[in-house]
Design a protein around this ligand. Structure first.
Ligand code: PMP
Length: 371
């Protein structure tokens, strides 16, 4: 079998699969940078989480997730039967799609949006109905309603299929949204919930916005809320996420998920974080205060126009240069921020909010670039 070409067996529809473009810093270099490119949490995990990780004697065992599920349910304020835990919010995006989407079914994506919605839709053989956000990044709910009502869409990756009819099942939206930080208005959420589709509402940044639709789930059969410990609890590297879903849907995801998807360390750290809310929420408040201060300071610079944000980052329009030029100028000064490849975001940068010291360093560097 030496001539056997195993690539012939690959799924043909993955030939042009676009990889997720986000770059990672090598582990050995992590301490060398002020790292504000991936919306992580500069303050890190809570002391109770670190102590619980160090004291855990059972890393050689598989660990059940029921206690974590109950602790999350208490935190969110719903019955534990609504909660499904996952390996980061990324995995729950995938699991939700897998239990709903047959090959050829469609999701609505509203770009610019969190790239993992369309990443997993492609991987799951689904179609992506692209309903671009308006110039100010707000969701064009009229266009979403129209796409669902007449089921004739522009399929984003094949414009020649413009009038294909397909089974549109999921509307995926983040609120606050990544990369722009805006929230869906309450009126828009109600309009989306009135549609004959599931609203997959990604609330990865809910703690920074101070509001969530999680407690609406028990009375709303077409709402699934996604959350994570990566941002507010500083556990991005431990990968703990979850969803709040109507009970029959939660049961189905629970049945179909890998049984050990949340690792023992993530499990322990997430539970200890929920026991250290006062500490973690104080840091969330610091980040929100710094976000507001930085928005004002960024606007004073000649070349940045910050957009209002409810998350732990600020998207800024860059005047007179590209986002990549600003990113590179900061990188040589030891500061990592995000620039984008998508044409619509070429003139933008996204900067996560760090500690006050990190933020001061960012401001100093930006002033140098400006000057
Ligand atoms: N949703 C959004 C909107 C995000 O920005 C991110 C992280 N970048 C995630 C989900 C994924 O979070 P996690 O680390 O829990 O996979």
């Amino acid at each position: 079998m030496t001539n056997f070409d195993s690539t012939q067996l690959l799924r043909q529809d993955l030939n042009d699969f676009p990889p997720y473009t986000m770059g990672h810093t090598p582990l050995a270099d992590l301490g060398k940078y002020i790292k504000l490119d991936l919306n992580e949490h500069s303050y890190g995990p809570s002391p109770k989480a670190l102590a619980a990780l160090a004291a855990m004697p059972h890393y050689h065992r598989y660990v059940e997730q029921e206690e974590l599920r109950k602790a999350i349910a208490r935190y969110v304020g719903v019955d534990a039967a609504h909660i499904v835990t996952s390996n980061g919010a990324d995995e729950i995006i995938d699991l939700v799609q897998r239990i709903f989407l047959d090959r050829g079914d469609a999701i609505i994506d509203c770009p610019p949006s969190f790239e993992m919605f369309s990443f997993f839709a492609r991987l799951n053989g689904a179609r992506i109905v692209s309903v671009p956000r308006r110039e100010d990044f707000s969701v064009d709910v009229d266009a979403v309603e129209k796409a669902i009502s007449d089921c004739r869409f522009q399929i984003s990756d094949s414009p020649n299929l413009q009038s294909t009819i397909c089974n549109l099942k999921l509307v995926s939206l983040a609120s606050p949204s990544n990369p722009d930080g805006s929230m869906l208005s309450h009126a828009d959420v109600e309009r989306l919930l009135a549609l004959p589709a599931i609203l997959v509402l990604d609330e990865a940044y809910a703690e920074f916005a101070g509001e969530s639709y999680a407690t609406r789930v028990p009375t709303q059969p077409n709402l699934i809320v996604l959350r994570t410990f990566s941002k507010w609890a500083g556990l991005a590297g431990l990968r703990v996420g979850y969803c709040i879903a109507p009970k029959p849907i939660a049961t189905k995801i629970w049945q179909c998920k890998p049984p050990e998807n949340v690792n023992a360390a993530g499990n322990v750290a997430a539970r200890a974080s929920l026991d250290d809310l006062e500490y973690l929420m104080a840091n969330v408040r610091r980040i929100v205060a710094e976000r507001e201060r930085l928005s004002v300071e960024f606007a004073k610079l000649g070349f940045l126009q910050p957009l209002p944000s409810r998350a732990n980052f600020i998207l800024c329009r860059v005047v007179g240069r590209t986002g990549k030029e600003v990113r590179d100028a900061l990188a040589v000064r030891g500061i990592l921020i995000r620039a984008f490849g998508a044409p619509r975001l070429r003139e933008y940068i996204r900067i996560a909010i760090g500690t006050p010291e990190e933020n001061e360093a960012v401001l100093r560097a930006l002033k140098e670039i400006d000057g």
